[in-house]
Ligand binder design. Sequence first.
Ligand code: UTP
Length: 300
Amino acid sequence: MTESHPKITKAVIPAAGLGTRFLPATKATPKEMLPVVDKPAIQYVVEEAVAAGLDDVLMITGRNKRPLEDHFDRNYELESALAKKGDESRLAKVQESSDLATMHYVRQGDPRGLGHAVLCAAPHVGREPFAVLLGDDLIDPRDPLLARMVEIQERHGGSVIALMEVAPEQIHLYGCAAVEATSEGDVVKVTDLVEKPEAADAPSNYAIIGRYVLDPHVFDILRKTEPGRGGEIQLTDALQQLAADEKIGGPVHGVVFKGRRYDTGDRGDYLRAIVRLACEREDLGPDFKAWLRSYVTEEM
Ligand code: UTP
């Protein structure tokens, strides 16, 4: 790390989206609060930021998102009831989320897109590089990604995005990166970005997933970025400008992720995340796996 590449301490978690793919569950409950086994999806995301050394967390929220703030705050009534009963293990579970990180919140009045959500973080972040973790993207805790991205940013400066190889017929669901190889197998240089291209127009099968380490120049670009695809201010459009002109905020690198990742805003992926993480839990796994095995062989 050099002086021109200051240490990253802040994580921004955009969680102001409407979650329409999960209606009606998300009519009054944020999708980030849906439980993955016995923890809300958002807690895994905050734990991931803390595990990568970022314990200053700014969450971008909106209407109907109060439960997110409550989850990371103390609940004295519940805590004193559990303490009175001497139920130490449940008390620890209640306190875990409020002791995790220093939490800050800002509201995105109108959900005008991911780029606009990130811009809401500008006053809190200032002129330091910072991480962005999408609140509905769950990276398996055993496959660390963010720490590697922070390391690459501290070495090269500029911005770092997370990429995953997907099948060509899936690329229209993601932002897509044109890349050049580097001397490190899991790191590429990003030369261009396209938001949700058709397979025939896609420059590669590298899809952008919900982890970013960004140079603060991205705020200057986002302030001038017009609404793009879907009438939303797209983060990908701003990143595309960073990749096109290194003089603005340094290079854009990509870390290619090969681990387990779930989009908990998608119903199928959400179910897969629960089954997989439940199977691997020491307390629940053995019984649940035995049941699952017999269910699959006898019922399906
Ligand atoms: P999605 O594309 O998943 O949109 O946003 P969404 O509205 O949350 O969900 P669907 O598609 O309607 O089901 C990607 C991420 O960007 C955040 C979301 O909370 C999610 O973490 N986001 C999106 C914002 O914070 N603000 C926005 O204006 C849009």
